[in-house]
Design a protein around this ligand. Sequence first.
Ligand code: 5AD
Ligand code: SF4
Length: 488
Amino acid sequence: MNNLTKEQLESILENIDLSKAPSAEDETMRQYWYIKKAREYVSSISEKIGRKLTCNTVTFGCQMNARDSEKLVGILELIGYEELDDEHADFVIYNTCTVRENANQRVYGRLGFLHSLKKKNPHMMIGLCGCMMQETHVVEKLKKSYRFVDLIFGTHNIYKFAELLVTRFESNRMVIDIWKDTDKIVENLPSERKFSFKSGVNIMFGCNNFCSYCIVPYVRGRERSRNPIDIIREIEQLVADGVVEIMLLGQNVNSYGKNLDNPITFAQLLREIEKIEGLKRIRFMTSHPKDLSDELIEVMAKSKKICSHLHLPVQSGSSAILEKMNRHYTKEQYLNLVEKIRKAIPDISLTTDIIVGFPGETEEDFLDTMDLVEKVRYDSAFTFIYSRRTGTPAAAMEEQIPEDVIKDRFDRLLDRVQKISREMSARYTGTVQQVLVEEMNTQDESMVTGRMSNNLLVHFPGDASMIGNLYQVSLEECKGFYYIGKIA
Ligand code: 5AD
Ligand code: SF4
């Protein structure tokens, strides 16, 4: 599934003359030149070995990475690779995350396994990209101890993937291309959607907030917003291709548009997107509480398409810790915001992220977080153990919290948020809700699995023909974090 149709993509490639140099002015056309070039290499290897070459992309981390991986797969398929769903492929790419240390450890662990596969397949190539590659010490380690990796690139030059691949085909060494930052956004490259009926849409890249624990601003660079016209055009193309639900993606969508030549607000963008005919549902993530405007609340309250869900990371319930985190709000301000949102949109589902064990967190600070959780009553909360990220201000703070203290707090918090989440989830029992069917149920083939506007899953009797359609479903029984229902 692609934004540009197969025919459109083929006709772009047909018009490219490989005997001429790639365009120097038009980056999009330059990349199509390299796609065509890479296609030649792939097809000549295919001919030699008598089968199609295969690829596999493994995504670590957030929705932003998932969307980037779709772009990688879009390029790979156009080049002539066939996608596999495991790593026994001719080209394996890990799109990495580095937001917490355990994400890095998982990548190193799995690279050992990839090496063993590569020893058995002389055509195999290994690529690494994403946030972890933006860290100098990671690339140094790879250069020293993981020489079998073929291609390493970062978050800023993912659009150059085909070009880098051609460089690798034309040389016999490890190709490394990492940029510190970029102000460039390259439009109209291919992408391959994982789901036919829903899609992520980037509206901005990077982050300017520098929360003191977070590595994202260092690995994703400064905030850049896409032009509204490019976003709208992409969504219109997606809708024409069968998409009914979109997820607008940005590290902090509430500051969308501020740095455009003609600044517009996120709420204004939503108003425009709402007008797109055929689009049924709009989601977005992530909202920073400090920038959530009254205008946005108003647009959400009035909208027929924006889902009844807001992910509003709080990170901590202690005003002292929030200040050290550089979050720019207090516990009270956050609680007031929640109250304002609930007043305007009474049934909204609120979810959050919470970090336990930030440097200097006292038992009292932690109890403030517990208290906030009791007051807000989140529909669900992602809880994280603080992870020290080299280069961030918090990594240098004194008073790092001992592991056993963090673990104890983490368990208490998890217990509490899960209990509340179960109670909150159950509040729809007996009601009829609109559900978008996403897939066949993995356990019972007479059932389908879909998602409500508030993001909760519902399993109900159905078949594959229902995937991608909306149904009114009667919610009969809540099983903790999901429902069993039947068509109303
Ligand atoms: N340690 C633990 N959790 C973190 N997050 C970001 N950085 C860290 C860190 N160093 C969490 C935040 C953020 C989510 C995506 O990841 O809660 O909202
Ligand atoms: Fe990290 Fe804060 Fe930016 Fe989110 S807003 S990506 S937590 S720095």
